[in-house]
Design a protein around this ligand. Structure first.
Ligand code: KE4
Length: 432
């Protein structure tokens, strides 16, 4: 059944008069999947509705924050109550300590945490803090990992291993990326080469311990352990960017799942329950460098905003009180992911997949995806046809092959069965 698009089309035309591309973030323009973006007007549980009253089963979950689903009752009730007391004070509130306390409980590596308003601010601040603590300049990141749009992190990999990054965006002077190394993910040798070449000069390694931004790619066995050893021996800090994986792949994130203790952790998404939030935290001896205690400056008008703290606390507190959610999410996600992969095989469409808990990606390629090189071999056209076929059948996937999809605690067995039925039809279109 072809979805109506008239109202969304009109809304897109209107939005483009005021906003570049009509979107507040590029990926929402659906350019990567050759589709017109529906304008969303409502979300409830596992479902979304667009301006033309089309209904979708949502596997985007606002790019990760909505592990409890849309408009979760406990979150909304808390939010309404908080909003009735005001929206922002620019002053300390009890709500910040309430959420901070839960974060420290879930993440033993975090002795102190600072709230900001986005994941970008969190990683940008963590990098600055690592440089302040180590008094070093070089940063290591990985191809295919995204940590927000701070200049120093918008780099493309330089040619060859352990060569400095080149700006990945217009407007970023090469001087701003000259201390950023972009290495292949899951490549121990590249990491060892970088540490020997830039011996004792590396301030920090920042990594998505479970990558979401090239699609879902888990760390190879022993890889994070190797990273931990090299950074510790090299006097560098290990920053786990858990903006996406924090409270997602486990209550204590990837560091709990893989038993690795980073020096700094960045968080976002789930800890705001759908409101703007980010956070960075770690050992007290590092965090005590942050102003007003120390010389590393970072600030924000809406940092620790009472509504974001309230929605985040309601979400995280619910997860603490219902830890069985993680087993349930893993079970239902496994059924969904393997079921869709089976439908691809039945339709002779080459698809592999990666899944870590309720974070997953179907890759349109026949080879395993373990890094950016293998991810970039995917057939983007085929993914686009599948995406459009699913959207037309009421299934809302992330509008890019290189993004993770998410299942929430609001998704049901019936949602999965409906999705599998849609996938069988959508795969038939991929080669049509
Ligand atoms: P924000 O500045 O978008 O809140 O967070 C940046 C960020 C940092 N670290 C990780 C691991 C992230 O995944 C993100 C942002 N994630 C993307 C989705 N892959 C946000 C979606 C968008 O850019 O619109």
């Amino acid at each position: 059944m072809l979805h109506r698009r008239e109202r969304s089309r009109r809304l897109q035309t209107r939005a483009e008069k005021f906003i570049p591309g009509g979107v507040s973030s590029p990926v929402r323009a659906f350019r990567a999947v050759g589709s017109e973006p529906p304008f969303i007007v409502c979300g409830q549980g596992s479902r979304l509705w667009d301006a033309d009253d089309n209904e979708y089963i949502d596997y985007l979950g606002s790019w990760g924050p909505l592990i409890l689903g849309h408009a979760a009752p406990s979150v909304i009730a808390t939010l309404i109550s908080a909003a009735q007391k005001g929206t922002s004070f620019g002053a300390s509130t009890p709500a910040e300590s309430d959420l901070a306390e839960l974060i420290l409980l879930a993440f033993p590596s975090i002795a102190k945490v600072r709230f900001v308003s986005s994941g970008t601010e969190a990683t940008m601040s963590a990098i600055r803090l690592a440089r302040a603590f180590t008094r070093r300049k070089y940063i290591v990141k990985f191809e295919g990992c995204y940590h927000g749009h701070a200049d120093a992190l918008l780099v493309k990999a330089g040619s060859g291993i352990a060569t400095l990054g080149i700006p990945g965006s217009a407007g970023v002077p090469e001087e701003f990326t000259q201390f950023t190394l972009a290495l292949p993910f899951n490549d121990k040798e590249a990491l060892e080469t970088a540490f020997s070449k830039f011996n004792q000069q590396i301030a920090a390694v920042i990594v998505e311990p479970v990558v979401g931004n090239m699609g879902c790619v888990p760390p190879a066995r022993g890889y994070l352990e190797c990273m931990r050893t090299l950074t510790r021996d090299g006097g560098s800090l290990l920053i786990f960017d858990e903006v996406m994986s924090g409270f997602r792949v486990a209550l204590g994130g990837a560091q709990e799942l893989y038993s690795i203790t980073p020096d700094l952790t960045t968080l976002g998404k789930i800890i705001g329950g759908g409101l703007p939030v980010g956070a960075y935290g770690g050992r007290a001896e590092i965090m005590d460098l942050v102003a007003p205690l120390g010389p590393m400056y970072q600030a924000g008008t809406l940092s620790g905003n009472p509504l974001a703290m309230a929605a985040g606390h309601a979400t995280v507190n619910y997860l603490f009180e219902h830890k069985e959610i993680y087993r349930q999410l893993d079970k239902l996600s496994s059924q969904l992911v393997s079921g869709v992969a089976r439908a691809a095989t039945d339709a002779a469409v080459p698809v592999t997949y990666n899944q870590v808990g309720s974070m997953f990606t179907w890759f349109f390629t026949s080879a395993p995806v373990t890094d950016w090189k293998s991810a970039s071999q995917c057939d983007g056209e085929a993914f686009g046809r599948f995406f459009r076929g699913m959207l037309e059948r009421g299934v809302y996937l992330p509008p890019s092959q290189f993004e993770a999809a998410f299942l929430s605690a609001a998704h049901t067995q019936a949602d999965v069965e409906e999705t599998l039925a849609a996938a069988k039809q959508a795969f038939a279109l991929v080669h049509a």
